[in-house]
Design a protein around this ligand. Structure first.
Ligand code: ISJ
Length: 527
């Protein structure tokens, strides 16, 4: 299928091919260009169909196998969808915007012109409460690797619900790991899931939680998503039964290994006379990659994006023989052509957007892909920090006082290369000396536990360790046991603190030396 100057012509081509039907195969696999800009001088080619001989000769076997085929199938009847033409609006002249943005700096105005991020200056002109889309950040690298090898690397690092390696012919490839559903249908039910609101994942679950909390509390992310939802509901109302359009999830959270997003899920039931293809057309182009209100946002894109989007922000997926369809949005995609790998990224912009943040967000979205490109055999080596030296073979005996951190503790010691044994301490009697002799530990770790040390006969283990000069490390109840053994008095806290989150503060070296010199008597055992 070719989308040329007129989208309608393109869709009629598609419709004709779909309605030919009757040819074997499972469905029509499509990848649509995400351009909203008209191309002077005629139609574009190579969006689908058989790849050229030239393309088939190049690349690995896997690259060649990824060549896609169009198989006509029947998916439904003709469209009644009302279509609107996109008017080209060039009142905001790109050059003027760039000059304003760069203050006429020739370095920025020169070769980097196409990647200068001008969104804020332009958006500032926009009425508040309007969502525009900045799809202008483009990153590129020389690329000589195999496209299928890149796909495997990218996918392994970024598992995604909409992933594909498409051989587009003429040695042009797309590698896509998109998190975003464009629109899908199952029978009469259609569904989309606009994403707006992005943050980098934290280093661990605790950081993730804080980042997620900030994202959910972000007014800006909320406004972006709500505006997207309004447009998406509007898209659905064009083809759905009255009253059937529903937001079934609001600001749901979806994560990829490097990012977290807030997402809506919106469903509707197709009206009689409309097919999956109508649903596809009515959602074009997805609000999350254009903006709101849609037509004005597309005019903004026309006027301000300095290069045509090409495949970026289009859609890829399949129309199936049973009339269903499932399409993802072509974002998080690497476009491979002419020995270059290009990654484009964009984001939602509001009048209150701050350029630096938006720029950083684009870079963040592209980073996982760029890292995978850079890892190719001829690319720069990834810096892998050497493992810290680990004390091999130290025998650690962990005395278990019925606590829920015992095996976590053991895991820490194992990670450090220790040979770890865990033994449950009998209540009242502790650990038999014969066992301690047999274990012959280099370190004894007294675990946390409920109650007080005396209940576990910890004194017996400590006496054993002292007599043989074996170091002891105590955690919580274990530490209290050491304190009590050395004569400290234990007092209960005013209120139970088990399982309650509390701040941990770091004390400096002089403070810890003072505490050590004062001995455990100076400590409130509960602190
Ligand atoms: C357009 C992109 O991302 C879109 C914009 C998002 C946002 O503004 O937070 C999130 C996901 C996508 O809908 C992209 O990755 O290039």
């Amino acid at each position: 299928m070719c989308l040329g100057d007129e989208r309608e012509v393109g869709f009629e081509c598609l419709r004709v091919r779909l309605e030919q039907g009757g040819v074997g195969g499972v469905g029509v696999f499509l990848c649509l260009r995400g351009r909203v800009r008209h191309q002077e001088g005629g139609a574009e080619h190579g969006c689908a169909g058989q790849p050229s001989e030239e393309a088939l000769r190049g690349g690995t076997a896997a690259d060649r196998m990824m060549s896609h085929r169009i198989v006509p199938v029947h998916v439904g009847r003709s469209s009644n969808v009302h279509r609107e033409h996109i008017q080209t609006n060039r009142t905001l002249q790109i050059e003027a915007v760039l000059r304003q943005d760069t203050g006429g700096n020739p370095r920025l105005l020169g070769a980097a012109r196409a990647s200068v991020f001008t969104a804020r200056e332009v958006v500032r002109e926009e009425p508040a409460g309007r969502l525009s889309f900045g799809g202008r950040q483009s990153y590129e690298r020389a690329f000589t690797d195999s496209p299928s090898a890149l796909y495997e690397r990218v996918l392994a690092a970024n598992p995604a619900p909409y992933a594909a390696h498409l051989n587009l012919g003429r040695a042009e490839h797309l590698v896509i790991v998109s998190p975003e559903l464009f629109v899908r249908s199952r029978g009469r039910r259609i569904e989309s899931a606009p994403i707006a609101g992005t943050a980098a994942r934290g280093a661990n679950a605790i950081e993730d939680f804080q980042i997620l909390r900030d994202l959910l509390l972000s007014d800006k992310a909320d406004s972006e998503l709500v505006m997207c939802t309004d447009v998406d509901r509007n898209d659905k109302s064009l083809v759905c039964e009255p009253g059937s359009v529903q937001v079934i999830a609001h600001r749901d959270v979806e994560t990829t290994p490097r990012l977290m997003h807030t997402v809506e899920h919106i469903t509707g039931t197709l009206r009689d006379g409309y097919s999956a293809l109508d649903a596809f057309i009515s959602h074009m182009w997805a609000v999350t990659v254009t903006g709101a209100p849609k037509i004005g946002a597309m005019q903004f894109i026309e006027a301000t994006e300095t290069s045509a989007r090409g495949w970026y922000a289009g859609a890829f997926g399949a129309f199936l023989c049973n009339g269903d369809m499932d399409f993802g949005i072509t974002i998080r995609a690497v476009h491979l052509v002419d020995g270059m790998a290009r990654v484009r990224a964009g984001n939602s912009l509001l009048a209150r957007s701050v350029t630096a943040y938006e720029e950083a967000e684009c870079a963040l979205k592209a980073a996982a892909l760029l890292d995978a490109i850079d890892q190719h055999p001829g690319g720069p080596d990834l810096e892998v920090p050497p493992d810290p030296p680990t004390p091999q073979g130290l025998r650690v005996l962990i005395v278990d006082h019925e606590d829920s951190f015992v095996h976590t503790l053991a895991d820490y010691f194992r990670r450090a290369g220790c040979d770890t044994t865990t033994i449950r301490s009998d209540r009242g009697t502790g650990i038999a000396e014969a066992f301690l002799d047999q274990a012959s530990p280099d370190l004894i770790v007294l675990s946390p536990g409920p109650g007080s040390p005396g209940e576990f006969g910890t004194g017996r283990v400590l006496a054993y360790a002292t007599s043989r000069r074996i170091p002891v490390f105590g955690v919580c109840l274990g530490m209290q046991a050491i304190g009590e053994y050395l004569g400290a008095e234990l007092k209960p806290l005013p209120a139970p603190a088990h399982g309650v989150r509390s701040a941990v503060s770091r004390i400096d070296a002089s403070e810890s030396n003072r505490l050590a010199a004062d001995g455990p008597r100076g400590l409130d055992a509960a602190s």
